[in-house]
Design a protein around this ligand. Structure first.
Ligand SMILES: Cc1cc2nc3c(=O)[nH]c(=O)nc-3n(C[C@H](O)[C@H](O)[C@H](O)COP(=O)(O)OP(=O)(O)OC[C@H]3O[C@@H](n4cnc5c(N)ncnc54)[C@H](O)[C@@H]3O)c2cc1C
Length: 475
């Protein structure tokens, strides 16, 4: 007999599990189906984010940063560590423990909120009176019915044509997070967020990293000043970045991988590396969902078509996260999940797409919210900008990390903040103030008038806001 629910969520990543929790909290009988399986064959809810994305990458970024600090920067503080050793096995095991703590935390939250969890693949079976029938294929086969379905099936890594992931030599983000020994040479195709983060991890641990990028410049989606500074710093750190390349052929050999490409000058070139990470973007994931059974509409990218409120073409079917339009970010997926749950409950769920922050967890970190100066100028908007370097910030000097700056962009007439761009220490944390400010439509002067603790990196935010009106306290 079918199990009947008010809401069934397909996918247990940050879009899906948060949606399920919010639905249950709002009094709906809720189930979540997720097929992620851990090494022991058991369920591992949390999706890409928890298992092979945000969480494990940040665990390895922290471990590798600690290693780099000990190797190159502790001495500046008068700390000697003798001969530095790397226990990569332990570092990877620690990362796996962090992942498991998150998997377990989600399962705990499902129980606490009385959400029925099904470990397996969920697929649309047919439309039924008042809703949908879904088939679960996994440890056991189940049939569920739901008045509402939230699809949160996420995304998968895009492959290079002719170079399928084997997770040994040619690695997706999954293999990139579990290379068993530090390679002497590592190639990365794609200098986006994932390529830069993974390249940084393995460079800090000792690999010679070459990044090949098809676009003519680094981070075109970031503010130009930030991208310029990032290129300078990453190059100084030893990342070898090449732009404007066209990959022609990728071959695995006994020793590693050979990449044949055409460089920016049109010359034929090749790169021999022990391993190759391919990080050229992600594609919406709907394999196995059987959308045809109910007529669920996808676009030509394979994304589920939704309106601004995450409604699909079918009554009662919603979709959130990486499987729909918009930035592929965990917090965007979560916001959409909560908003959809509230809409199903008859409330007014809301996502402000203008204030979704972006973060790159390299060192220095890069974070921004709102628009870049170039985007605003292209839109014909008159703007004024303020800039403050961490070099002039007391806390940054005490930390020993004075790279980068904060840049404010405000409307020339109204002073409303239109974009804030940070490259520097703890940019991921600093950006939250700018997100709050923009969510409340604050002006640069509002930030300039708020008391910021001394000494703190956030004083650089205040100074950048002051600089919009050509003032400075130089805290
Ligand atoms: C290396 C890396 C680092 C990242 N770092 C960050 C970061 O720092 N910050 C950030 O915001 N974002 C980051 N991201 C992006 C982030 O992981 C995604 O945006 C986020 O996971 C999307 O959430 P989601 O719920 O839409 O999908 P997912 O997290 O992909 O979850 C989808 C889940 O649904 C399951 N599923 C799919 N189809 C079915 C089916 N038919 N039946 C049952 N289950 C199914 C999948 O197995 C998966 O468990 C990173 C991504 C990668 C790869």
């Amino acid at each position: 007999m079918a199990h009947a629910f008010d809401v069934v969520v397909i996918g247990g990543g940050p879009g899906g599990y948060i949606a399920a929790i919010r639905c249950a909290q709002l009094g709906m009988k809720t189930a979540c189906i997720d097929d992620w399986t851990n090494a022991a064959g058991g369920p591992a809810p949390g999706g890409t984010c928890t298992n092979v994305g945000c969480i494990p990458s940040k665990a390895l970024l922290q471990s590798s940063e600690n290693f780099e600090q000990a190797a190159h920067h502790f001495a500046d503080h008068g700390i000697g560590v003798g001969e530095l050793q790397l226990d990569l096995k332990k570092m990877l095991a620690r990362k796996d423990t962090v992942v498991k703590q998150n998997n377990d935390g989600i399962q705990y939250l499902f129980k606490k909120n009385k959400i029925a969890f099904f470990h397996g693949r969920g697929a649309f079976a047919r439309t039924v009176d008042g809703g949908y029938e879904l088939a679960v294929t996994g440890a056991s086969s189940e049939t569920l019915t739901a008045k509402h379905v939230i699809v949160a099936t996420g995304s998968s890594p895009r492959q290079l044509p002719g170079a399928a992931f084997d997770e040994d030599r040619i690695l997706s983000n999954d293999g990139a997070l579990r290379i068993p020994a530090v390679p002497k040479t590592l190639g990365v195709v794609g200098s986006g967020v994932i390529g830069l983060e993974m390249g940084s991890v393995w460079r800090r641990l000792g690999a010679e990293v070459t990044i090949l990028e098809a676009l003519p410049s680094l981070l075109p989606m970031a503010d130009e000043a930030v991208a310029k500074e990032a290129l300078k710093v990453f190059t100084r750190q030893g990342l070898k970045l090449q732009f404007g390349v066209r990959i022609n052929d990728v071959k695995t050999t006994k020793k590693g991988v050979t990449v044949a490409y055409t460089d920016a000058k049109g010359q034929a070139a090749s790169l021999d590396v022990e391993r190759l990470i391919v990080s050229i973007g992600r594609v919406p994931h709907t394999a196995g969902l059987n959308p045809e059974a109910v007529g669920l509409r996808l676009d030509d990218r394979g994304a589920i078509v939704v309106d601004d409120e995450c409604r699909t073409n079918l009554k009662g079917v919603w979709a959130v996260g990486d499987v729909v339009r918009g930035p592929m970010l965990a917090h965007k997926a979560e916001e959409e999940g909560v908003a959809v749950a509230e809409r199903i409950a008859g409330q007014h769920g809301h996502v402000d797409f203008n204030t979704i922050p972006w973060v790159i967890y390299t060192s220095p970190e890069i974070a921004w919210v709102g628009q870049t100066e170039a985007q605003l100028k292209a839109a014909g908007r008159a703007v004024k900008t303020g800039h403050f370097p961490f070099m002039a910030n007391g806390r940054a000097r005490a930390l020993g990390d004075t790279t980068g700056f904060v840049k404010f962009i405000a409307d020339a007439k109204t002073d409303e903040i239109l974009g804030v761009h940070v490259i520097g220490p703890f940019a991921s944390e600093l950006i939250a103030e700018a997100v709050v400010a923009m969510s409340f439509k604050a002006s640069a002067e509002d930030i300039a008038r708020i008391c910021h603790a001394h000494p703190s990196l956030s004083e650089a935010t205040k100074e950048a806001a002051l600089a919009v009106d050509k003032r400075t306290l130089n805290l």
